[in-house]
Design a protein around this ligand. Structure first.
Ligand code: KIV
Length: 279
């Protein structure tokens, strides 16, 4: 058996160019599962890019993990454009998706168009993501017809946390039929992929089977075409992660140990040593 890399693969495949929305869609035809992570700065983007992560999302989760707010609502276009530009600069292979923040697209297709154009022109994003189903279809259609790839987002859409009355699983019972209808409508409107957040596994499986575009799960069980996690969650920096998070590293603990070692050595005079000093 050949050990040559599968250059068609999304994860760790061909490296000479950016991943495109066509690549992402073709992966579904091959039943290839792939990872997406969030990124908010150039150095972490480079690590993820070199590891072969094919799609990076500059999520409005930056509101919480970068800017320290307690929800995604306060973050603005001005806050996210520099982060998106940094992720684009720090990567050379990944498709970079910019999240449109709360209040920057809901008012009208024209508002969505103006916001998305800023992310494409000023930050170099390759696609945008927005939350919602039926109510944002005119926005999705306008963006797609202007040549802007759109990633949809259904289920627990955090920008609607106040309407949901908290961060809770969505799509149980009859509301699952509504979510299925929204998913089909987003595909019909031209979305190239769809995030499903905090929905029952069975519903995510049915949506994944019903759509020809890839589904990207977060708290949606193992059956979606792709999986996404916020990088601070998967690296163990987040203090109280959600049930759906798997912690792959103890970054909080490692950083705590390192910064205490630095502080102790400064206090004792052990740092800087001769090799860190100039003659
Ligand atoms: O903002 C974000 O990070 C997201 C992902 C969790 C899907 O929307």
């Amino acid at each position: 058996m050949s050990s040559a890399p599968n250059t068609a693969a999304l994860y760790g495949g061909a490296t000479g160019r950016r991943v495109t929305v066509r690549d992402v869609q073709a992966a579904k035809g091959r039943h290839e599962k792939w990872p997406m992570v969030t990124a908010y700065d150039a150095m972490t983007a480079r690590v993820f890019d070199e590891a072969g992560i094919p799609v990076m999302l500059v999520g409005d989760s930056a509101a919480m993990v970068v800017y320290g707010y307690d929800s995604t609502l306060p973050v603005t276009v001005e806050d996210l454009i520099p982060l998106t530009a940094a992720v684009v600069r720090g990567s050379s292979r990944a498709l970079v998706v910019a999240d449109l923040p709360f209040g920057s697209y809901q008012a009208s297709p024209q508002q969505a168009m103006e916001t998305a154009a800023r992310f494409m022109k000023e930050a170099g994003a390759h696609a945008v993501k927005l939350e919602g189903g039926n109510r944002v279809l005119p926005q999705v259609e306008a963006l797609v017809s202007a040549g802007i790839p759109v990633m949809g987002h259904l289920g627990l859409t955090p920008q609607s946390v106040n309407a949901f009355g908290g961060y809770r699983v969505q799509g149980r019972g009859q509301s699952g039929d509504e979510l299925m209808a929204d998913a089909k409508a987003l595909e019909h409107a031209g979305a190239f992929s769809l995030v499903l957040e905090c929905v029952p596994t069975d519903l995510a499986n049915r949506v994944t089977a019903a759509l020809s575009i890839p589904t990207i799960g977060i708290g949606a069980g193992p059956g979606t075409d792709a999986q996404v996690l916020v990088w601070q969650d998967l690296m163990g920096l987040t203090e109280h992660p959600a049930k759906f998070v798997k912690k792959y590293f103890d970054l909080h603990g490692e950083m705590d140990r390192a910064v205490r070692a630095f502080a102790d050595e400064v206090s004792s005079g052990a740092f800087p040593a001769k090799e860190h000093s100039y003659s």
